[in-house]
Design a protein around this ligand. Structure first.
Ligand code: NAD
Ligand code: MG
Length: 407
């Protein structure tokens, strides 16, 4: 029986995880569930899954949740705050941690789970983008098992050799597919009028709002390029991005002999989640069978970097190394949040990220403190760009000079 802590249980990945768990009560039990402030949803999950412990953001949310659980006769221990997230991520009673908090907020508990030697199911790509080598070293040193849940990385993991799922002898490229998001074919001149709801209406996947905006700018793919670099030890110039609007081929690995292995399936995150839970076995995920005749045509195209400058910025940050990916991520989180609040335009996001990167001196990412300080500083810069009037015109310039992507 696997005992699982789900960090970010009330989100899109969290709910899909609980759906897979629900299908296999003989294999999986929930040790702990965490959420930020969605008390009603978390209460319902606690009533169904009876975790030993649960965590919310603050004392107010905890009091509200305690009241609801007491009324339902549920004995779950209710905690709050960041330290409590790390506690449930490292509890000896749990062997598996689903890291499904969105953004930098997930870094500490996810890293703590790795340091505690857990099986870490990594959805929270931002944690790895920020901490890179620090995170991978923790996995190695503490004997954790790191399984990628991001659909592309899960696909690549499945296509790499079982005994050593890393870039190495015989592998020539990893190819990340991307849907291209909702604006793949829209006239770029009209992108400045995009509303948050339009940006979040993804053609193939139902996801949280932050990753939905990232998909629309293709910053999501940029973060995934950096994620792939760390997960599979793949050099930047061996990672290729290919737009595949149908989201059936979830990614590919090209080998020296000309073979290309791909993983296919309907776009449903329960497939990679079930893979991570059951690995190295396979279990029913509740996902409908892929019907390729019904899918009909699968198409592929090279991304247009003038339309998607965020993708180029991410490649640049990966090549720059050190704290640059953490800076990119932090600036993007601020810009996306402000776009969702209606404070800036969709087309301002890339410009803000570019300006923050320009203003952040290069520095090695040699400790967690350095990374967290880079994150904090980049957030300050991004916030100043958004709120100071001076930031707007500069932020609207879009792609910085010299931004490029490998062919
Ligand atoms: P979501 O917004 O739907 O859910 C986020 C979860 O994190 C919620 O449970 C929320 O309560 C919690 N949370 C938010 N802020 C928090 C904070 N400051 N402290 C503690 N908890 C907090 O997001 P999602 O779409 O489920 O994505 C989660 C992660 O998985 C992201 O990193 C995303 O990039 C990644 N991911 C998601 C998908 C997808 O299909 N949704 C696919 C691949 C990767
Ligand atoms: Mg993905």
């Amino acid at each position: 029986m696997r005992r699982i802590t789900v960090l970010g249980a009330t989100g899109s990945i969290g709910e899909s995880t609980l759906d897979v768990v629900r299908r296999h009560p003989d294999r999986y039990a929930i040790h702990a569930l965490t959420a930020h402030r969605q008390v009603d949803k978390l209460a319902a999950q606690c009533i169904e899954f009876r975790p030993a412990r649960t965590v919310v953001a603050d004392a107010g949310a905890a009091a509200e949740l305690r009241g609801k659980l007491a009324a339902a006769g549920i004995a779950t221990d209710v905690l709050h705050g960041e330290a409590a997230l790390e506690a449930v991520a490292t509890d000896a009673e749990a062997d598996t941690v689903m890291a499904a908090i969105v953004g930098a907020a997930g870094l500490r508990p996810t890293l703590a789970a790795a340091r505690a030697g857990k099986r870490v199911l990594l959805a929270n790509k931002e944690a790895l983008v920020m901490s890179g080598a620090i995170f991978m070293d923790a996995v190695r040193e503490h004997g954790a098992t790191l399984l990628p849940i991001d659909s592309e990385h899960n696909a690549i993991f499945q296509c790499l050799p079982n005994d050593d799922p890393r870039y190495g002898a015989g592998v020539s490229r990893v190819v990340l597919t991307a849907s291209g998001g909702p604006f793949r074919t829209r006239d770029p001149a009209t992108l400045h009028d995009i509303t948050p709801d339009q940006a979040c209406a993804h053609p193939n996947w139902v996801m949280g709002r932050k990753i939905s905006v990232d998909s629309a700018t293709m910053m999501n793919k940029g973060l995934e390029v950096i994620e792939a670099h760390w997960l599979f030890a793949a050099p930047a110039d061996r990672i290729e991005v290919l737009i595949h609007p149908q989201s059936i081929v979830h990614s590919m690995v090209a080998y020296a002999d000309g073979s290309v292995l791909a993983q296919l399936g309907n776009p449903d995150m329960r497939t990679p989640i079930a893979y991570g839970l059951a690995w190295p076995e396979r279990v029913d995920a509740g996902v409908s069978a892929l019907d390729l005749a019904l899918a009909g045509t699968l198409t592929f195209e090279t991304p247009d970097l003038t339309r998607f400058p965020c993708l180029a910025l991410a490649f640049d940050a990966l090549r720059a190394g050190g704290i640059a990916p953490a800076v990119l991520n932090a600036a993007n989180e601020v810009a996306v949040e402000r776009f969702l609040q209606g404070a800036i335009r969709f087309t301002d996001i890339a410009g803000i990220v570019a300006r923050v990167l320009e203003r952040s001196p290069a520095q090695p990412a040699d400790s967690l403190d350095t990374v967290l300080e880079a994150d904090r500083h980049a957030r300050q810069l991004a916030t100043a760009l958004v709120s100071g009037g001076a930031g707007r015109p500069a932020a609207s310039q879009g792609l910085p000079q010299g931004a490029h992507i490998p062919g």
